[in-house]
Ligand binder design. Structure first.
Ligand code: RIB
Ligand code: CA
Length: 317
């Protein structure tokens, strides 16, 4: 938060339109020091997610931020991809510059392990795609849990799903990886669909993006156009929920989201419910202690003020 030293952040994502806005939010926020990006399959194949992350960095002249290529598929189970929402490229819509810098020459888990080890302080890890990279890291290197300040992840829901009637896409795509993280003892904050569906890019919000006198605003407005068409076609939303920046805003303003500590588990075996997050909002499972701070309320006006200010700051730099 303002006045304190910037929070060091490692960002694991599957860009993806809302991931792309979250990357720009992080880059445009002085309270965040982005140490690097790791990519994962999810909204599209990991090769496309990587190219998309690099194109977003190239758009704002920040190819100095290292990008490490992550998992091409889940720890177990079938590969699920979200191109039906995000398009063939995973970030369809306006043209973007092509990357001029290659990803780093190490795997995402090796990159994460090195950054966590080398950091003089514990690092905040933000995850806005399937949890595969963190699941593999914590399964292979459990001693690194003490180097992680917290994991803030977009995933799951206290209510319905989206990819299936009960399961949110990120948790459906790799429930075993989320199970590892839920059992890891790392401090966790979960931003589920119940929260992100309050973060709608309404026509007024998109107009504020379009009115910015630079490519960052205009590009985000165009992304909202494509993303919004998908959400209207598939889930009958009048305006698209911009999920992933909801993981970053708590680092900018502690009051923008209300949280509740709950026991959270993920279903691994349900015939109809695999990937569903089970959130014990009312302590109905007394043998299971709370392991996650679950996001419940969003101050949507403050959220958009924070996001749009960061986009304008970045675009005007
Ligand atoms: O279900 C929404 C989540 O899945 C978002 O993170 C979106 O980018 C996709 O990864
Ligand atoms: Ca995502």
């Amino acid at each position: 938060m303002s006045g304190d030293a910037p929070t060091p952040v490692l960002f694991d994502c599957d860009p993806g339109h809302d991931d792309a806005v979250a990357i720009l939010l992080a880059l445009g926020s002085p309270d965040v020091r982005l140490l690097g990006i790791t990519t994962c399959f999810g909204n599209c194949a990991v090769e496309d997610a990587t190219r998309n992350a690099q194109r977003v960095l190239a758009l704002v002249g920040r190819e100095d931020v290292p990008v490490a290529v992550g998992a091409a598929g889940p720890m177990r189970g079938e590969l699920a991809l979200g191109n039906y929402v995000h398009g063939v490229s995973g970030l369809d819509g306006p043209d973007l510059p092509e990357p001029t810098v290659a990803p780093v020459d190490e795997t995402a888990t090796d990159f994460l392990a090195r950054c966590l080890t080398e950091s003089p302080e514990p690092v905040t890890v933000v995850v806005t795609g399937p949890m595969t990279n963190l699941g593999e890291l914590l399964a292979e290197r459990p001693e690194l849990t003490g180097r992680i300040r917290e994991i803030i992840f977009m995933g799951g829901s206290t209510e319905r799903g989206n990819h299936t009637p009960t399961a949110e896409f990120n948790t459906f795509a790799d429930p075993e990886a989320l199970d590892v993280v839920l059992r890891s003892g790392v401090p966790l904050r979960m931003v589920g669909l119940n929260l992100t569906h309050q973060a709608l890019a309404t026509p007024e919000v998109v107009e504020r993006m379009s009115a910015m006198p630079h490519d960052v605003g205009r590009t985000c407005a165009a992304w909202m156009g494509f993303f919004g068409d998908s959400y209207e076609r598939i889930w009958e939303f009048a305006a698209p929920p911009v999920h992933d920046p909801c993981t970053i805003v708590p680092l900018l303003d502690p009051d923008v989201i209300g949280w509740r500590n709950c026991f959270v588990a993920v279903e691994l075996d349900g015939t109809w419910t695999r990937g569903t997050t089970v959130v014990d909002l009312f302590d109905r499972l007394p043998d299971h202690e709370p392991n996650v701070a679950v996001a419940l309320e969003l101050d949507a006006e403050r959220y958009w003020d924070l996001v749009l200010a960061a986009l304008d700051r970045l675009g005007s730099a």
